[in-house]
Design a protein around this ligand. Structure first.
Ligand code: CR1
Length: 829
């Protein structure tokens, strides 16, 4: 098709370039056409939501056009492609991000205003795509944006869950979960590919067959479902390149179970068939434990199998044999959830392509790279052998074979050190035999990445020490980053304009290192004035949201102190609450004169607890009871207000982060692999109050510890503190606030005893007591700095100026160069 070289494709481009026009009249016509023919409403009578739908479809047309152009270039040049496999993508909303990346935001806004609509109002009509839990999932979304922007030939693969992450409702201070059936109102951003489907097999048996005198394994499945592709175009910024996130949905398969129709009850058979759809119906809402559930394993294999078939089909379309496979294909495993891809590729190469073990294994070792996102020794995913063997019998055999080869090789390298052999084996022996997915991933990948420098050190010295000693060359790290397109340009337009004005260019939107130029103006009074104005605008926006959500009026003069992220014991939201109680207690004991010196604070908390995570749910409730008491204490007034923002998600974050003065990142050192929300706060000129954990350590290097409020035990101090256990001396203030909770000062006395026990009587694993004094000092330092407006503003400017390292553009470029070996491939116009 592209054999004519210069001819066809180039001619097409000349034509395509002018396919869709972006002048106001053309845009209006497009929007109205979509109102009339896509939304099927009269163009003389449609509401905001219908206008949003038509607008979204007009934007989508432009995305599709560019995506087609990108595809033509990729097909023609046939570069090595990256296939990014992730079970979770937290995309949030698409409209604003798309028009900004396409460079047509203002044109659309003009066109709409002439039609009597406001762009911002329509943008609010869009729901969030919450196909992920937290950090890992949002990171994947940021990385897709960077891959597109940097012109890398990449495809993202994931699952199209019908129910995204649960909606959090707060009733009487307790978290309740409600299903997020996000597709209820349609999803204009996806393109259903009814013709791109693959069969996915489960269960059954494996038999031996002979072909050309060679023995082969044949897997006869017991169940088959169909994977249907849904494509979500991802536009790059400042480039025509548009890549795709392909999400798979499960549908009943027509290829299998025909017998059932002929022999059994027709209605029963159809109802049973429908169960296939349950595979992609729900996202698991626990971001830390992925242990051994059958449906979860089915989901993992389902998305992996469809993706691998798609990748191999694309490769075979333009290659005669597999010799070039490693030069054309890089497969990135986003944590262990997609690691079955390794075994699936091996299976296809052995059983379907008949390459033979050595050749197949050689290919495997060259194409996979693995990134782990956790520090917790309990987190590594284990799949019970029985479960795996029943659901995927052939895969279990292959895993055993891989393990056999590995252990034999290992024995030659390290001798008969049985302890070490046992630790490194893919198969965990014991009462229940398990497959260790992390071991499988490390053994079969050419590169193992951590997500910050500290994380990588912990991997090398603790979690994967044995493997590091064996293969030091495999271990790398890429400090996480986030995309400035969404986290400044989309979410904070005023700051975006201000930065461009002072840097004299918008180039930083693609080249974030330019932000450092703000440093030159850090003392400029005019910039200070404007910087403060921008913060104020964003605080007003947040205050209005708080009032609408919680009915609470907050003072704009107060420090907006924000703590938003998934609720976890290790993230220590509880430490924040204890600090708030202490603050309240102090204010109560002050005379009026002293109270005048208190920095008023609005303490904002937001985040979801996994539905089965009892302690996390108690923490949410505790925040609410404390809020209830303090907010209703007239004696305190505006000095202290507490706000819980329910259902924290990407679009809420876009509103909260720009409005924050201070943000808290309190993980016990050594527990946060990286942390990415801190990067978003930093870019928005918000000061950090944080422990020296994850990527914060690298932030200190970039912006200097004088511009942050650091506290707490460092990672190498943690073990000794834990050792001390109950003998550890904790400050009196700590004991006092815990006692206040215990004694029912805030109500729900009995309910909170276990929470208090954990940090007082039991071993206080996350060291709240040990870090409390230092936490209060950091808080006091923040108060002191806030009073000095010029100093605070300077720190804020320096935070944003120094945030350049934490762009996902840098992360992705490092991955491309040092891990995946891919090159940019840019649409030439
Ligand atoms: C980590 O906890 C990290 C993100 C992205 C999280 C967090 O520290 O910033 O990954 N892990 O790398 C996670 O979500 C399911 O695991």
């Amino acid at each position: 098709e592209f054999g004519e070289g210069k001819g066809k494709a180039e001619r097409i481009f000349g034509f395509m370039d002018v396919f869709l026009e972006n002048d106001p009249l053309s845009l209006q016509k497009d929007i109205l056409d979509h109102v009339e023919f896509t939304v099927a409403k009269s163009r003389f009578n449609f509401d905001d939501f219908e206008a949003y739908q038509a607008l979204a479809h007009s934007v989508r047309d432009r995305l599709i056009e560019r995506w087609h152009d990108t595809q033509i270039i990729f097909s023609k040049k046939d570069p090595k492609r990256l296939y990014f496999l992730s079970l979770e993508f937290l995309m949030g909303r698409s409209l604003s991000n798309s028009v900004i990346n396409l460079g047509v935001r203002d044109q659309f806004a003009d066109a709409l205003s002439q039609l009597g609509f406001e762009f911002e109002v329509l943008a609010e009509q869009e729901g969030d795509a919450c196909l992920g839990n937290g950090g890992l999932a949002r990171l994947s979304a940021c990385q897709m944006d960077s891959l597109a922007t940097l012109d890398y030939p990449a495809i993202g693969y994931g699952l199209r869950y019908q129910y995204g992450l649960f909606r959090q409702i707060i009733l009487d201070g307790f978290q309740h979960e409600q299903p997020d059936y996000w597709l209820n109102f349609g999803n204009p951003w996806e393109i259903e590919r009814v013709h791109i489907t693959y069969p996915v097999k489960f269960y059954g048996t494996v038999t031996d067959e002979v072909l050309n005198q060679e023995k082969y394994k044949v897997w006869v499945p017991g169940e088959m479902v169909e994977a249907v592709a849904y494509d979500n175009p991802i536009p790059g910024y400042g480039t025509r390149n548009t890549i795709v996130l392909r999400l798979w949905a499960a549908k009943p398969s027509d290829q299998h179970n025909m017998e059932a129709y002929n022999t059994g009850d027709y209605v029963d058979a159809v109802v049973n068939r429908q169960k296939a759809e349950s595979i992609s119906s729900i996202l698991y809402p626990d971001d830390r434990s992925y242990q051994g559930k059958e449906l979860q394993l089915k989901q993992q294999y389902f998305f992996v199998s469809a993706s691998v078939q798609d990748i191999i089909r694309r490769f075979k379309d333009s290659h005669k044999n597999f010799d070039e496979f490693p030069e054309k294909v890089a497969l990135q495993l986003n944590d262990t959830h997609p690691s079955l891809a390794i075994v699936e590729v091996m299976r296809v190469l052995l059983d379907e392509e008949h390459l033979g073990w050595n050749k197949a294994w050689d290919i495997i070792c060259k194409i996979f790279s693995f990134t782990t996102h956790t520090v917790s020794p309990e987190a590594p995913v284990k799949i019970p052998v029985d479960l795996l063997g029943s659901l995927l019998p052939r895969h279990l055999q292959i895993i055993y074979d891989i393990n056999f080869h590995f252990v034999e090789k290992l024995k030659k390298m390290i001798g008969l050190d049985y302890d070490r052999l046992t630790r490194m084996s893919i198969v965990e022996e014991g009462a229940v035999k398990n497959i260790r997915m992390a071991n499988l991933s490390i053994i079969c990948s050419h590169t193992v990445n951590g997500v910050s420098r500290l994380h990588s050190e912990l991997l090398k010295t603790k979690l994967f020490k044995d493997f590091y000693e064996l293969w030091p060359h495999k271990f790398q790290y890429k400090t996480n980053g986030v995309t400035q397109r969404r986290w400044i340009v989309v979410s904070n337009p005023s700051l975006c304009a201000l930065i461009s004005k002072w840097l004299g260019t918008e180039a930083w939107i693609r080249d974030i290192d330019l932000l450092i130029g703000l440093k030159d103006h850090a003392d400029n009074a005019e910039l200070h004035q404007q910087w403060k104005m921008v913060k104020k605008v964003n605080k007003i926006r947040l205050a209005e949201y708080i009032e609408a959500m919680n009915g609470l009026k907050v003072s704009l003069d107060a420090m907006f102190d924000v703590h938003t992220k998934r609720v976890h014991e290790y993230k220590r939201q509880l430490l924040n609450i204890l600090g708030i109680i202490h603050r309240y207690d102090c204010i109560k004991s002050m005379n009026q004169n002293d109270r005048k010196k208190v920095v008023p604070r609005v303490c904002v908390m937001g985040g979801k607890a996994a539905p089965g995570y009892e302690m996390a749910k108690k923490i949410i409730k505790l925040f609410h009871v404390v809020a209830e008491k303090i907010n209703n204490d007239n004696d305190i007034g505006d000095l202290l207000k507490l706000v819980f923002i329910p259902d924290y998600n990407v679009s809420v974050a876009e509103l909260v982060i720009p409005g924050a003065d201070l943000s808290q990142h309190l993980s016990t050192a050594g527990h946060e692999a990286s942390g990415t929300s801190s990067m978003k706060f930093l870019m928005n000129g918000c000061l950090l109050l944080a422990t020296e954990d994850g990527s914060t350590i690298e932030m200190i290097e970039e912006i200097g510890q004088d511009n942050m409020f650091l506290f707490g035990a460092k990672v190498d101090e943690v073990p000794a503190l834990r050792e001390k256990g109950p003998a550890l001396k904790v400050p009196l203030q700590f004991l006092r606030v815990v006692r206040m909770i215990r004694e029912g000062h805030f109500g729900f006395k009995d309910y909170f005893q276990s929470l208090c026990d954990k940090i007082e009587c039991e071993n206080d694993y996350f060291l709240l007591g040990a870090d409390f004094a230092s936490y209060l000092e950091a808080q006091a330092a923040a108060d002191k700095a806030f009073v000095d407006e010029e100093r605070w503003t300077k720190m804020s400017i320096l935070s944003a100026a120094g945030s350049g390292k934490f762009s996902s553009d840098r992360t992705i470029q490092q991955y491309a160069e040092n891990t995946w070996g891919i090159q940019p491939c840019r649409c030439p116009f």
